[in-house]
Ligand binder design. Structure first.
Ligand code: XIL
Length: 373
Protein backbone atom coordinates (compact mmCIF):
# COMPACT_ATOMS: atom_id res chain seq x y z
CA UNK A 1 0.00 0.00 0.00
CA UNK A 2 2.71 2.45 1.08
CA UNK A 3 4.87 1.45 -1.87
CA UNK A 4 1.96 1.95 -4.22
CA UNK A 5 1.33 5.41 -2.76
CA UNK A 6 5.03 6.26 -3.14
CA UNK A 7 4.77 5.28 -6.74
CA UNK A 8 2.03 7.91 -7.09
CA UNK A 9 4.27 10.50 -5.49
CA UNK A 10 2.79 10.49 -1.98
CA UNK A 11 5.55 10.26 0.56
CA UNK A 12 5.53 7.75 3.40
CA UNK A 13 5.45 10.65 5.86
CA UNK A 14 2.43 12.26 4.19
CA UNK A 15 0.67 8.92 4.17
CA UNK A 16 1.25 8.26 7.84
CA UNK A 17 0.31 11.83 8.74
CA UNK A 18 -2.97 11.38 6.90
CA UNK A 19 -3.60 8.08 8.66
CA UNK A 20 -2.86 9.60 12.04
CA UNK A 21 -5.22 12.50 11.30
CA UNK A 22 -7.96 10.05 10.32
CA UNK A 23 -7.44 8.05 13.53
CA UNK A 24 -7.74 11.28 15.51
CA UNK A 25 -11.02 12.17 13.79
CA UNK A 26 -12.37 8.70 14.50
CA UNK A 27 -11.47 8.99 18.16
CA UNK A 28 -12.99 12.47 18.53
CA UNK A 29 -16.56 12.93 19.78
CA UNK A 30 -19.20 13.56 17.13
CA UNK A 31 -19.87 17.06 18.44
CA UNK A 32 -16.20 17.99 17.99
CA UNK A 33 -15.81 16.38 14.60
CA UNK A 34 -18.73 18.41 13.22
CA UNK A 35 -18.23 21.30 15.64
CA UNK A 36 -17.60 23.98 13.05
CA UNK A 37 -20.28 22.67 10.67
CA UNK A 38 -23.45 22.10 12.67
CA UNK A 39 -24.81 21.04 16.04
CA UNK A 40 -25.05 17.32 16.63
CA UNK A 41 -28.32 16.77 18.41
CA UNK A 42 -30.37 13.93 19.79
CA UNK A 43 -33.90 13.60 21.12
CA UNK A 44 -33.93 12.43 24.70
CA UNK A 45 -36.57 10.72 26.81
CA UNK A 46 -37.58 11.27 30.42
CA UNK A 47 -35.16 8.79 32.02
CA UNK A 48 -32.27 10.17 30.03
CA UNK A 49 -33.13 13.72 31.09
CA UNK A 50 -33.59 13.00 34.79
CA UNK A 51 -30.55 10.74 35.12
CA UNK A 52 -32.31 7.43 35.71
CA UNK A 53 -30.58 6.27 32.55
CA UNK A 54 -27.00 7.05 33.54
CA UNK A 55 -25.41 5.10 30.70
CA UNK A 56 -27.29 7.23 28.22
CA UNK A 57 -26.36 10.46 29.98
CA UNK A 58 -22.66 9.64 29.68
CA UNK A 59 -22.96 9.24 25.91
CA UNK A 60 -25.20 12.27 25.49
CA UNK A 61 -22.88 14.62 27.33
CA UNK A 62 -19.73 13.39 25.63
CA UNK A 63 -20.95 13.07 22.03
CA UNK A 64 -23.75 15.60 21.48
CA UNK A 65 -24.10 19.35 21.88
CA UNK A 66 -27.83 19.75 21.31
CA UNK A 67 -30.92 18.01 22.68
CA UNK A 68 -34.62 17.86 21.85
CA UNK A 69 -37.31 16.57 24.21
CA UNK A 70 -38.90 13.47 22.65
CA UNK A 71 -42.23 13.93 24.46
CA UNK A 72 -42.01 15.95 27.65
CA UNK A 73 -42.66 19.39 26.19
CA UNK A 74 -45.66 18.40 24.13
CA UNK A 75 -48.92 20.10 25.11
CA UNK A 76 -50.50 17.04 26.77
CA UNK A 77 -47.48 16.68 29.04
CA UNK A 78 -46.75 20.28 29.92
CA UNK A 79 -50.31 21.66 30.00
CA UNK A 80 -52.63 18.69 30.62
CA UNK A 81 -55.66 20.65 31.87
CA UNK A 82 -56.97 24.18 31.46
CA UNK A 83 -55.43 25.67 34.57
CA UNK A 84 -52.70 23.11 35.08
CA UNK A 85 -49.17 23.39 33.83
CA UNK A 86 -46.76 20.62 34.78
CA UNK A 87 -43.16 21.61 34.24
CA UNK A 88 -41.47 18.92 36.31
CA UNK A 89 -40.13 16.82 33.46
CA UNK A 90 -39.53 19.71 31.08
CA UNK A 91 -37.48 21.45 33.79
CA UNK A 92 -35.32 18.34 34.26
CA UNK A 93 -34.78 18.22 30.50
CA UNK A 94 -33.74 21.86 30.28
CA UNK A 95 -31.50 21.59 33.35
CA UNK A 96 -29.67 18.64 31.82
CA UNK A 97 -29.02 20.61 28.64
CA UNK A 98 -27.89 23.76 30.43
CA UNK A 99 -25.62 21.81 32.77
CA UNK A 100 -23.94 20.28 29.73
CA UNK A 101 -23.77 23.57 27.80
CA UNK A 102 -25.99 22.23 25.05
CA UNK A 103 -28.09 23.99 22.45
CA UNK A 104 -31.48 23.19 23.92
CA UNK A 105 -34.50 22.80 21.65
CA UNK A 106 -38.15 23.17 22.60
CA UNK A 107 -40.45 20.69 20.85
CA UNK A 108 -43.20 21.62 20.18
CA UNK A 109 -45.54 24.55 20.80
CA UNK A 110 -48.37 24.03 18.29
CA UNK A 111 -49.21 20.60 16.88
CA UNK A 112 -52.41 18.70 16.12
CA UNK A 113 -51.19 15.59 17.92
CA UNK A 114 -50.53 14.97 21.63
CA UNK A 115 -52.71 18.00 22.32
CA UNK A 116 -55.71 17.45 24.61
CA UNK A 117 -59.28 18.04 23.37
CA UNK A 118 -59.99 20.64 26.07
CA UNK A 119 -57.67 23.05 24.21
CA UNK A 120 -60.24 23.42 21.44
CA UNK A 121 -63.46 23.32 23.50
CA UNK A 122 -65.43 25.46 25.90
CA UNK A 123 -66.75 24.17 29.24
CA UNK A 124 -69.74 22.62 27.45
CA UNK A 125 -67.55 20.72 25.03
CA UNK A 126 -68.46 23.05 22.13
CA UNK A 127 -65.73 24.21 19.75
CA UNK A 128 -64.08 27.51 20.73
CA UNK A 129 -64.36 30.60 18.56
CA UNK A 130 -61.30 31.83 16.66
CA UNK A 131 -60.69 34.58 19.22
CA UNK A 132 -61.04 32.23 22.19
CA UNK A 133 -58.66 29.67 20.68
CA UNK A 134 -56.13 32.40 19.92
CA UNK A 135 -56.30 33.38 23.59
CA UNK A 136 -55.60 29.78 24.65
CA UNK A 137 -52.72 29.59 22.17
CA UNK A 138 -51.23 32.87 23.36
CA UNK A 139 -51.46 31.90 27.01
CA UNK A 140 -49.74 28.57 26.33
CA UNK A 141 -46.96 29.92 24.16
CA UNK A 142 -46.28 32.92 26.39
CA UNK A 143 -46.19 30.85 29.57
CA UNK A 144 -43.98 28.11 28.20
CA UNK A 145 -41.55 30.24 26.19
CA UNK A 146 -41.18 32.81 29.00
CA UNK A 147 -40.37 30.09 31.52
CA UNK A 148 -37.39 28.94 29.47
CA UNK A 149 -36.33 32.31 28.10
CA UNK A 150 -32.56 32.37 27.68
CA UNK A 151 -32.34 28.61 28.26
CA UNK A 152 -34.15 27.16 25.27
CA UNK A 153 -32.34 28.43 22.20
CA UNK A 154 -34.75 27.32 19.50
CA UNK A 155 -38.43 26.37 19.34
CA UNK A 156 -40.39 24.18 16.99
CA UNK A 157 -43.21 26.71 16.92
CA UNK A 158 -45.54 24.85 14.58
CA UNK A 159 -45.25 21.17 13.75
CA UNK A 160 -46.81 19.38 10.76
CA UNK A 161 -49.31 21.92 9.40
CA UNK A 162 -49.27 20.59 5.82
CA UNK A 163 -50.66 17.63 3.93
CA UNK A 164 -48.51 15.69 1.49
CA UNK A 165 -49.99 17.60 -1.47
CA UNK A 166 -48.98 20.97 -0.03
CA UNK A 167 -52.42 22.00 1.18
CA UNK A 168 -53.05 22.84 4.82
CA UNK A 169 -53.80 19.95 7.15
CA UNK A 170 -57.35 20.25 8.39
CA UNK A 171 -56.30 20.35 12.04
CA UNK A 172 -58.41 22.01 14.69
CA UNK A 173 -55.89 24.86 14.72
CA UNK A 174 -56.52 25.41 11.04
CA UNK A 175 -60.26 24.88 10.95
CA UNK A 176 -61.02 27.08 13.97
CA UNK A 177 -58.47 29.88 13.54
CA UNK A 178 -57.71 29.78 9.83
CA UNK A 179 -54.36 29.61 8.07
CA UNK A 180 -52.92 32.55 10.00
CA UNK A 181 -52.72 30.36 13.12
CA UNK A 182 -49.12 29.84 12.05
CA UNK A 183 -48.29 33.56 11.90
CA UNK A 184 -49.96 34.09 15.27
CA UNK A 185 -47.97 31.28 16.88
CA UNK A 186 -44.70 32.74 15.60
CA UNK A 187 -45.67 36.24 16.78
CA UNK A 188 -46.51 35.06 20.29
CA UNK A 189 -43.29 33.03 20.53
CA UNK A 190 -41.17 35.93 19.30
CA UNK A 191 -42.78 38.34 21.74
CA UNK A 192 -42.06 35.97 24.64
CA UNK A 193 -38.39 35.48 23.75
CA UNK A 194 -37.12 37.74 20.97
CA UNK A 195 -33.71 36.04 20.99
CA UNK A 196 -34.93 32.46 20.51
CA UNK A 197 -34.67 30.85 17.10
CA UNK A 198 -38.08 29.90 15.72
CA UNK A 199 -38.74 26.97 13.42
CA UNK A 200 -41.43 25.47 11.25
CA UNK A 201 -41.05 21.67 11.48
CA UNK A 202 -42.54 18.88 9.33
CA UNK A 203 -41.88 15.45 7.82
CA UNK A 204 -41.45 14.61 4.13
CA UNK A 205 -40.40 18.14 3.24
CA UNK A 206 -38.40 16.38 0.52
CA UNK A 207 -41.67 15.78 -1.34
CA UNK A 208 -41.95 18.49 -3.96
CA UNK A 209 -45.67 19.22 -3.54
CA UNK A 210 -45.49 19.39 0.23
CA UNK A 211 -42.37 21.54 0.09
CA UNK A 212 -44.11 23.95 -2.29
CA UNK A 213 -46.72 24.64 0.39
CA UNK A 214 -44.04 25.20 3.03
CA UNK A 215 -41.98 27.43 0.73
CA UNK A 216 -45.08 29.57 0.22
CA UNK A 217 -45.59 29.78 3.95
CA UNK A 218 -41.99 30.88 4.52
CA UNK A 219 -42.31 33.56 1.83
CA UNK A 220 -45.47 34.81 3.47
CA UNK A 221 -43.89 34.92 6.93
CA UNK A 222 -40.87 36.76 5.58
CA UNK A 223 -42.98 39.26 3.68
CA UNK A 224 -44.85 39.99 6.91
CA UNK A 225 -41.53 40.40 8.78
CA UNK A 226 -42.24 37.47 11.05
CA UNK A 227 -39.15 35.93 12.58
CA UNK A 228 -38.48 32.45 11.22
CA UNK A 229 -34.95 31.08 11.44
CA UNK A 230 -35.21 27.65 9.92
CA UNK A 231 -37.35 24.91 8.53
CA UNK A 232 -36.95 21.54 10.16
CA UNK A 233 -37.13 18.50 7.91
CA UNK A 234 -37.80 15.72 10.39
CA UNK A 235 -35.92 13.12 8.36
CA UNK A 236 -37.72 9.88 9.17
CA UNK A 237 -36.19 7.96 6.30
CA UNK A 238 -35.42 4.39 5.29
CA UNK A 239 -32.53 2.70 3.51
CA UNK A 240 -33.62 3.72 0.03
CA UNK A 241 -36.02 6.62 0.39
CA UNK A 242 -35.83 9.49 -0.19
CA UNK A 243 -32.98 9.75 -2.71
CA UNK A 244 -30.29 12.10 -1.39
CA UNK A 245 -30.84 14.41 -4.38
CA UNK A 246 -34.33 15.17 -3.01
CA UNK A 247 -32.90 15.83 0.42
CA UNK A 248 -30.43 18.22 -1.16
CA UNK A 249 -33.29 20.08 -2.88
CA UNK A 250 -34.84 20.81 0.51
CA UNK A 251 -31.66 22.56 1.59
CA UNK A 252 -31.13 24.52 -1.62
CA UNK A 253 -34.77 25.58 -1.99
CA UNK A 254 -34.91 27.08 1.49
CA UNK A 255 -31.42 28.55 1.16
CA UNK A 256 -32.73 30.48 -1.85
CA UNK A 257 -35.15 32.15 0.58
CA UNK A 258 -32.34 32.74 3.05
CA UNK A 259 -33.68 30.11 5.38
CA UNK A 260 -31.66 27.46 7.16
CA UNK A 261 -32.67 23.79 6.97
CA UNK A 262 -32.21 21.63 10.05
CA UNK A 263 -32.66 17.87 10.12
CA UNK A 264 -34.55 17.58 13.33
CA UNK A 265 -35.66 13.97 13.82
CA UNK A 266 -33.28 11.90 11.77
CA UNK A 267 -33.57 8.13 11.85
CA UNK A 268 -33.28 5.44 9.20
CA UNK A 269 -35.57 2.46 9.39
CA UNK A 270 -33.86 -0.73 8.21
CA UNK A 271 -37.06 -2.79 8.10
CA UNK A 272 -39.18 -3.62 5.09
CA UNK A 273 -42.23 -1.37 4.82
CA UNK A 274 -45.75 -2.57 4.22
CA UNK A 275 -46.62 0.74 2.65
CA UNK A 276 -43.94 2.00 0.27
CA UNK A 277 -45.05 5.57 0.95
CA UNK A 278 -42.93 6.93 3.77
CA UNK A 279 -44.94 8.69 6.45
CA UNK A 280 -44.27 9.99 9.93
CA UNK A 281 -47.91 10.73 10.60
CA UNK A 282 -48.21 9.49 14.17
CA UNK A 283 -51.81 8.40 13.64
CA UNK A 284 -50.73 5.69 11.15
CA UNK A 285 -51.23 2.24 12.67
CA UNK A 286 -50.58 -1.11 11.07
CA UNK A 287 -51.28 -4.50 12.61
CA UNK A 288 -48.29 -6.64 13.48
CA UNK A 289 -47.09 -9.01 10.82
CA UNK A 290 -43.85 -10.98 11.34
CA UNK A 291 -43.03 -10.66 7.66
CA UNK A 292 -42.11 -7.04 8.31
CA UNK A 293 -40.00 -7.85 11.33
CA UNK A 294 -37.11 -9.94 9.96
CA UNK A 295 -34.27 -9.08 12.39
CA UNK A 296 -35.65 -9.97 15.81
CA UNK A 297 -32.36 -11.47 17.05
CA UNK A 298 -29.71 -9.25 15.51
CA UNK A 299 -28.92 -7.01 12.59
CA UNK A 300 -27.20 -8.81 9.68
CA UNK A 301 -23.82 -7.34 8.83
CA UNK A 302 -24.86 -6.51 5.28
CA UNK A 303 -27.75 -4.39 6.58
CA UNK A 304 -25.47 -2.63 9.05
CA UNK A 305 -23.20 -1.78 6.12
CA UNK A 306 -26.16 -0.41 4.16
CA UNK A 307 -27.12 1.71 7.15
CA UNK A 308 -23.58 3.09 7.40
CA UNK A 309 -23.53 3.93 3.71
CA UNK A 310 -26.95 5.54 3.83
CA UNK A 311 -26.03 7.76 6.77
CA UNK A 312 -22.76 8.69 5.07
CA UNK A 313 -24.55 9.60 1.82
CA UNK A 314 -26.84 11.92 3.76
CA UNK A 315 -24.00 13.45 5.76
CA UNK A 316 -22.09 14.18 2.55
CA UNK A 317 -25.00 16.40 1.56
CA UNK A 318 -25.24 17.99 5.02
CA UNK A 319 -21.51 18.75 5.02
CA UNK A 320 -21.60 20.11 1.47
CA UNK A 321 -24.31 22.57 2.51
CA UNK A 322 -23.17 23.25 6.05
CA UNK A 323 -23.40 27.00 5.43
CA UNK A 324 -27.20 26.64 5.41
CA UNK A 325 -27.63 23.57 7.62
CA UNK A 326 -27.08 24.26 11.30
CA UNK A 327 -28.28 21.19 13.18
CA UNK A 328 -28.60 17.44 12.69
CA UNK A 329 -30.69 15.83 15.43
CA UNK A 330 -31.19 12.06 15.71
CA UNK A 331 -34.61 10.97 16.97
CA UNK A 332 -33.34 8.90 19.86
CA UNK A 333 -30.01 7.68 21.21
CA UNK A 334 -30.12 3.89 21.14
CA UNK A 335 -32.08 1.48 18.97
CA UNK A 336 -33.94 0.39 22.08
CA UNK A 337 -35.21 3.96 22.58
CA UNK A 338 -36.49 4.41 19.03
CA UNK A 339 -40.15 5.11 18.36
CA UNK A 340 -39.66 3.08 15.14
CA UNK A 341 -39.91 -0.16 17.11
CA UNK A 342 -43.61 0.62 17.40
CA UNK A 343 -44.33 2.89 14.46
CA UNK A 344 -46.08 2.39 12.14
CA UNK A 345 -46.33 -1.27 13.19
CA UNK A 346 -46.10 -2.08 16.90
CA UNK A 347 -43.73 -4.69 18.29
CA UNK A 348 -40.92 -4.70 15.74
CA UNK A 349 -37.16 -4.68 16.30
CA UNK A 350 -35.67 -1.79 14.36
CA UNK A 351 -32.07 -0.54 14.21
CA UNK A 352 -32.29 3.06 13.01
CA UNK A 353 -29.85 4.93 15.27
CA UNK A 354 -26.14 5.26 16.07
CA UNK A 355 -26.11 3.17 19.27
CA UNK A 356 -27.33 -0.38 19.72
CA UNK A 357 -29.60 -1.74 22.44
CA UNK A 358 -26.63 -2.29 24.73
CA UNK A 359 -25.52 1.34 24.40
CA UNK A 360 -22.57 0.31 22.22
CA UNK A 361 -21.79 2.67 19.41
CA UNK A 362 -22.16 1.30 15.90
CA UNK A 363 -18.54 2.05 15.16
CA UNK A 364 -18.87 1.28 11.49
CA UNK A 365 -21.76 3.71 11.07
CA UNK A 366 -20.19 6.47 13.15
CA UNK A 367 -16.82 6.20 11.41
CA UNK A 368 -18.50 6.35 8.04
CA UNK A 369 -20.36 9.47 9.11
CA UNK A 370 -17.15 11.05 10.39
CA UNK A 371 -15.33 10.22 7.18
CA UNK A 372 -17.66 12.50 5.19
CA UNK A 373 -15.76 15.53 6.46
C1 XIL B 1 -43.04 10.64 18.63
C2 XIL B 1 -42.34 10.07 19.84
O1 XIL B 1 -41.05 9.62 19.46
C3 XIL B 1 -43.15 8.92 20.42
O2 XIL B 1 -42.57 8.47 21.65
C4 XIL B 1 -44.59 9.35 20.65
O3 XIL B 1 -45.34 8.25 21.06
C5 XIL B 1 -45.20 9.95 19.39
O4 XIL B 1 -44.37 11.00 18.93
N1 XIL B 1 -42.93 13.68 14.55
C6 XIL B 1 -42.70 14.46 15.65
C7 XIL B 1 -42.34 13.81 16.93
O5 XIL B 1 -42.65 15.70 15.53
O6 XIL B 1 -42.80 14.54 18.03
C8 XIL B 1 -42.85 12.38 16.99
O7 XIL B 1 -42.36 11.80 18.20
C9 XIL B 1 -42.43 11.61 15.76
C10 XIL B 1 -42.98 12.24 14.52
Amino acid sequence: MVLALCAFGISVTAYSQERAAMQKVKAAPLKDVFGDKFYMGVAINRNQANGTDKKAQAILSSQFNSISPENDMKWEKIHPAKNTYDFKHADAYVDFGIKNKMFVIGHTLIWHSQTPDWVFEDSNGKPLSREALLTVMKDHITTVVTRYKGKISGWDVVNEAFNEDGTFRQSKWFTIIGEDFIEKAFEYAHAADPKAELYYNDYNVYKTAKRAGILKLVQKLKAANIAITAVGEQGHYNLSNPPVSEVESVITDFAALNIITNFTELDISVLPDKDANLTADVSTKETYNAKYNPYTKSLPDAVLKSLAKRYADLFKVFVKHSDTVSRITFWGLTDGDSWLNDFPMPGRTNYPLLYDRKYNEKTEVINFIKSTL
